[in-house]
Design a protein around this ligand. Structure first.
Ligand SMILES: Nc1nc2c(ncn2[C@@H]2O[C@H](COP(=O)(O)OP(=O)(O)OP(=O)(O)O)[C@@H](O)[C@H]2O)c(=O)[nH]1
Ligand SMILES: [Mg+2]
Length: 433
């Protein structure tokens, strides 16, 4: 397995070294805040997909809630844990649909997630001791004429949304120089180059059709499949399966992202995003921050006047490394931040809610990836999601308890799948009370 095994002591808590690092980080944050307070300037605000994004050239102070019923909810957690997804779901749950312009931004993001996502698989190959072959491996069996024909032409007719759509694709014509069985296997180099040099999708312009075949073929290439199956070792984007399994729909010239497509898109948060929600009898300001290591030093600027913290942890991160650090384990990283937040003086009076998120992915991977490999003190059997969840619940509760939190008030823990709007509707109703 890769290098993301937990470094914790058997059955122990967060290591003393990690604690020290976090104490140091908190100290640095305090100094940074004091420095910035001395040079308060006007905040630089910008509009970004309907939300207020606060850039970090100046100190940002969250306004005090204007009424005692108003609340400020701060989303915290490692990168990729699902914070921004909660924010998107809140829009859907509270009937603030995405505008046409926002949908267009998300449409372009889908193209970005496809091309950059596949590129991140290429980039991970070496680390995984894999390589792309010089020629395509034709994965279509001899008697699958449709599949083989599609492979030759650079698209798979049976998978392209039916005859009507296939005719659009046919206009591209057939590639020259096919091999004996009609296949042009050495096209792999051209295809990889196309993906690696892909430009951003343009406003209102359908995804270029010449990308459909290469994306489809490369995704099916056995070394890419293998890399994907070992994605935990290289922190590959978890939404690739969702988008790659539905490529023809996305390449339809009339494609507009569905709500599910929107919640599945991935863009790491940089800076801070604030969104106000008008709930039944009060307003909620939701503050979303970037969770990757380079973003964390900005967190301190949102620590004032927070009513509640929603702390997101990816349950499926127990066997994964961080995007920004292949030697770190995602779950261990989450525990370290959690420990630090529970200890923090800023949040003595703040209620903390823990979301053990990505339960859908956790349930799938738990069948083949043993928690014990990464957390040696886990004594449940392979494949038991219930026991696995309980184990992590206990680990996080214990850390909160040790920080003296549990005595002052309860820590609420919810198991969530943030991409599931109905699941979130129920959980958020409980949180908002
Ligand atoms: N399958 C599944 N995917 C999820 C879930 N929650 C979030 N995701 C996906 O995980 C990816 C990362 O989610 P984000 O909400 O962007 O993560 P984040 O915590 O905001 O990350 P940073 O902005 O880097 O801190 C997105 O592609 C989401 O669609 C979940 O419960 N299940
Ligand atoms: Mg985010």
């Amino acid at each position: 397995m890769g290098g993301c095994v937990s470094t914790q002591a058997h059955g122990g808590e967060v290591s003393e070294h990690d604690k020290q690092l976090h104490r140091q980080a908190e100290k640095e944050l305090k100094i940074a805040k004091a420095k910035m307070a001395a040079q308060v300037k006007a905040s630089h605000l910008s509009q970004c997909i309907g939300e207020r994004v606060v850039l970090f050239s100046s100190l940002r102070i969250i306004p005090m809630p204007s009424s005692p019923q108003d609340m400020t909810v701060l989303l915290l957690g490692s990168g990729d844990s699902g914070k921004s997804t909660i924010n998107k779901q809140m829009r859907l749950i509270h009937s603030r649909p995405f505008t046409a312009q926002e949908k267009e931004s998300f449409r372009q993001l889908v193209f970005d997630n496809l091309t950059r996502g596949l590129k991140s698989v290429f980039d991970a190959l070496e680390h995984l001791d894999l390589e792309l072959p010089e020629a395509y491996t034709n994965v279509y069996p001899e008697d699958d004429f449709q599949g083989r024909a599609g492979f030759v032409r650079g698209w798979a007719p049976g998978e392209c949304g039916g005859d009507a759509f296939a005719s659009t694709l046919r206009r591209r014509g057939e590639p020259k120089g096919c091999g004996e069985d009609g296949v042009k296997p050495d096209r792999i180099t051209e295809d990889v180059k196309l993906i690696e040099e892909a430009e951003d999708a343009r406003d209102g312009v359908p995804f270029p059709l010449n990308f459909l075949g290469p994306l489809q073929r490369l995704w099916e290439e056995p070394s890419v499949r293998e890399a994907w199956s070992r994605g935990n070792e290289a922190a590959l984007p978890e939404n690739l399966q969702y988008f790659f399994s539905d490529l023809p729909r996305l390449f339809n010239p009339d494609y507009i992202p569905t709500e599910q497509d929107i919640v599945q898109t991935r863009a790491r948060t940089i800076g801070i995003t604030e969104t106000t929600f008008h709930l039944k009898d009060h307003e909620m300001l939701m503050v979303d921050v970037g969770g990757q290591k380079s973003e964390r030093r900005k967190w301190i600027h949102c620590f004032q006047d927070v009513t509640s913290i929603l702390f997101l942890v990816s349950l499926s991160g127990y066997d994964q490394c961080l995007v920004e650090d292949r030697d770190a384990n995602q779950m261990q990283d989450a525990m370290t931040i959690w420990d630090s937040i529970c200890h923090s003086q800023w949040f003595k009076q703040t209620s903390i809610i823990l979301f053990l998120n990505k339960d859908d992915l956790f349930q799938k991977k738990i069948k083949s990836s043993h928690i014990k490999t990464f957390f040696p003190d886990f004594d449940g059997e392979l494949g038991n999601a219930v026991v696995g969840r309980e184990y992590f619940k206990k680990r996080f509760s214990r850390l909160a308890h040790k920080a003296g939190r549990a005595k002052e008030r309860e820590i609420y823990i919810h198991v969530t799948t943030a991409t599931d709007t109905e699941n979130l509707r129920v959980v958020m109703a409980a949180v908002e009370e």
